[in-house]
Design a protein around this ligand. Structure first.
Ligand code: HEC
Length: 449
């Protein structure tokens, strides 16, 4: 969750989907190929460097994706599940062949998150998939609550029967004093945000005389103990799959020195991390975030610790942009919908229409409501009138043409929790938000009922 410079931006650059998507004839010549696992989409991909590529530049690009350049070889473009073309108008475009995923997912990944142009070749043929047949192969996982027996020798937990309960998700924490490694699981948090290893700040392991100060050392120990109870350790630990993403608790010396200034500023609440989502303390073993990015049972103590770190580095709030940039989460938060076109919206007879394919979720909101974001606290904003989700998006998605207020076959109403939604008022403007998956909007517009 680095910000603001490299941030998720690096990973999921959201480019407005207004690219002119006509792909000219691509060069036949393939200078080299690069095979790798796209860690952000967790799927195998292969990129062809087309045209007269400088092999050093191609090798550098390939290395950035974690692959090794293979000169003179080409990807199996014909067998691919669609292509994504970058720099389509240049003499040296890149053609990515998707080896996994569905056509619809790869199309969205390419255009919305990658800024390329999707070409429905290979197994995707030349047609688009019928929305009725579109499913998600790897839906964004919802938080799941787990309750487990205490480990042998540990105190009984505070849940019924002495169990220890925690939400398995980003921002989830087990009981204070217990460690996430013992009681949680990283399966869900690891795929709710991009994960990749990042080195610590230079000089992070240098001796820090503050560790000899008992009161400083005491606060630092508290910070570490709090964080070790939370799912942050999934990506911020030596046990993270490919090593820690920047800071990690086991770092020799003072682990806080491993953070970049932007990390400290988020800890101090100087950079606003609200869009990352949060869980209420009652639901999260007393832990919550904000204004600090770090979850704790005492948010003002956590914030104060990082404010002192900021001052220790000679920095102040004026040195940072107060709005944190978290890639698609921020873009989505700041999005301003405009008027629906082409019949999108809820018609007089209640028919809900959208474009862009099948949906995991459909929301009708009051005009002026926030844009839906991450679960559990930002996906159904205040002002939501109706929300319906596909009950199992891996088996069946929602298709345009629903009836407002009527739960479709294999759908589940998420708002209101029971009963019919408030009727839409004639002549009033509402916000239709339809998303293929969390944070993958396909229709966002204002309609007048
Ligand atoms: C799924 C993986 C993942 C999880 C879980 C995760 N992070 Fe991160 N985090 C990252 C990555 C990757 C980076 C490095 C981003 C970069 O530098 O490009 C990072 C960097 C950071 C930074 C440094 C940002 C900066 O600008 O220097 C902070 C602070 C942070 N994370 C806080 C947290 C907190 C708090 C939690 C738990 C609530 C958490 N992270 C959980 C992946 C994760």
């Amino acid at each position: 969750m680095r910000t603001p410079s490299r941030a998720l931006v690096l990973v999921l650059p959201v480019v407005a989907a207004c690219v002119d998507d006509v792909v000219p004839e691509l060069p036949d010549e393939v200078a080299a190929r690069c095979r790798y696992e796209n860690r952000f989409a967790s799927q195998d991909e292969c990129r062809d460097y087309l045209g007269p590529w400088d092999l050093e530049a191609a090798a550098a690009d390939c290395e950035g994706w974690g692959g090794a350049l293979e000169e003179g070889l080409r990807c199996d473009a014909a067998g691919a599940i669609g292509w994504c073309v970058f720099d389509k108008d240049s003499a040296t475009p890149i053609r990515v062949s998707f080896e996994e995923g569905s056509c619809a997912e790869n199309e969205r990944g390419c255009e919305l998150f990658g800024g390329g142009v999707f070409v429905a070749e290979g197994q995707c043929g030349d047609g688009t998939v019928d929305p009725e047949d579109q499913v998600l192969t790897r839906p964004f996982p919802e938080p799941v609550e787990s309750c487990v027996e205490p480990l042998p020798g540990d105190e009984p937990g505070s849940a019924e029967g002495g169990q220890v309960c925690q939400w398995l998700t980003m921002q989830g924490c087990t009981e204070p004093g217990r460690s996430w490694a013992d009681y949680g699981s990283c399966e869900i948090p690891l795929v709710q945000r991009p994960y990749y290893p990042v080195a610590v700040r230079q000089g992070a392991e240098d001796p820090d005389p503050r560790l000899d100060d008992a009161s400083y050392a005491g606060e630092l120990a508290w910070v570490k103990s709090e964080l070790s109870s939370c799912s942050c350790v999934c990506c911020h630990s030596t046990s993270s799959p490919e090593g820690p993403a920047n800071w990690y608790l086991e770092q020799p010396g003072n682990f806080v020195n491993g953070m970049f200034d932007s990390g400290i500023a988020q800890g101090a609440g100087v950079i606003d991390s609200t869009v990352l989502g949060d869980i209420e303390p009652e639901q999260n073993n007393g832990f919550t975030r904000l204004p600090s990015v770090f979850p704790s049972t005492d948010p003002s103590r956590m914030q104060a610790f990082f404010q002192r770190e900021l001052a220790h580095r000679g920095l102040s709030s004026g040195d940072f942009d107060p709005i944190g940039y978290y890639g698609p989460l921020t873009d989505q938060d700041l999005f301003e919908p405009s008027a629906c076109t082409g019949g999108e919206g809820v018609a007089q007879d209640g028919t809900v229409s959208w474009s862009g394919g099948a949906a995991r979720m459909v929301l009708v909101l009051e005009e002026g409501s926030a844009n839906p974001g991450v679960p559990p606290n930002r996906d159904t904003p205040a002002g939501t009138v109706w929300r319906v989700d596909a009950s199992d998006p891996t088996a069946r998605m929602l298709v345009s043409g629903l009836s407002f207020g009527v739960v479709p076959d294999r759908g589940v109403q998420r708002f209101p929790s029971t009963g019919a939604p408030a009727a839409l008022a004639a002549g009033r403007s509402y916000y239709l938000y339809v998303s293929a998956d969390y944070l993958q909007p396909i229709t966002r517009c204002l309609f007048t009922h």
